[in-house]
Design a protein around this ligand. Structure first.
Ligand SMILES: [Zn+2]
Length: 278
């Protein structure tokens, strides 16, 4: 089963559609370690629902999915066993497809909550039917969900790779280097700059590997493998606590394969295995 973004003009059908219920950036779940889509009969009694709360997200197979964004001030009658969870609480508990759907739901919800009023004149914005945008008539301005591109890269030196422990990672856990793309910057420049800033290493020969939406709150991770070109590892001790070259048969704790960082490391392991065979 895949999740795909489809026709935004789909007319809601409460008999067959499913819903992701969100309030204050949290997801309504019926269990502390899992998420299941809600049918309309399950959400109808939560509160007095307005059409404006529903946003079409796409389809899981044949089934259309909507986010149901409940305003923070709305009093909600929780179903039995109902709990509000953040998406991070569900990392590793739900499938990759489910993670993508929930991530999209939260990003759309975030946009819906934060663009009710025009950032220029303060007037109420209106939702557009034909595209995922809110519009200020007075300013002729469109507001779209904000997506922030980030580069993430695994650096190779021979058969070794460079992994680092950022300040948010627990001791013993290492990952690839990452950072936000600046306005006016190419992806390749952004990765070279981030690596230089974080570990003082020069890189070359960047190869694009893949991407992953990372909805905390709106990053799009763009993953590369690159080759070492020069320099000695030197970390700033604040953003990056430690960094080192690792052999593939002696890796530290690394992020799970469901993350782009985990995928980059796995790609490197596969590349080394393939090179040893030839
Ligand atoms: Zn305006």
């Amino acid at each position: 089963m895949v999740f795909e973004i489809t026709d935004i003009c789909h007319v809601r059908n409460d008999a067959t559609d499913t819903y992701v219920v969100i309030q204050g950036g949290k997801l309504l779940c019926l269990s502390p370690a899992d998420w299941e889509p809600f049918a309309y009969r399950d959400v109808a009694d939560l509160a007095e629902l307005k059409d404006d709360y529903f946003q079409h997200l796409g389809q899981l197979g044949e089934v259309h999915c909507y986010s149901l964004s409940l305003p923070a001030e709305l009093e909600v009658k929780l179903p039995e066993g109902g709990v509000w969870l953040g998406l991070r609480d569900l990392l590793g508990c739900v499938s990759e497809v489910c993670f993508q759907l929930l991530g999209r739901a939260l990003q759309v919800d975030n946009w819906w909550r934060t663009h009710q009023f025009c950032g220029t004149c303060g007037a109420k914005t209106e939702a557009l039917k034909e595209e995922r945008a809110r519009y200020c008539n007075a300013c002729d301005l469109f507001y779209y969900p904000r997506i922030s591109p980030c580069v993430i890269g695994l650096i190779r030196r021979g058969s070794q790779c460079l992994l680092a422990r950022g300040s948010s990672l627990p001791e013993g856990m290492f990952s690839t280097l990452a950072g936000f793309v600046e306005a006016g910057e190419m992806l390749e420049q952004a990765l070279c700059r981030e690596v230089k800033e974080e570990v003082s290493i020069e890189i070359t020969n960047l190869r694009y590997v893949g991407s992953q939406p990372w909805p905390f709150p709106g990053q799009l991770m763009l993953g590369f493998i690159a080759d070492y070109a020069g320099g000695e590892i030197c970390v700033d001790g604040e953003e990056i606590i430690e960094a080192a070259w690792f052999d593939v048969d002696n890796l530290p704790n690394i992020p799970p394969a469901s993350t782009i960082a985990g995928r980059l490391i796995q790609r490197h392991i596969d590349d080394i295995a393939a090179e040893l065979e030839t």
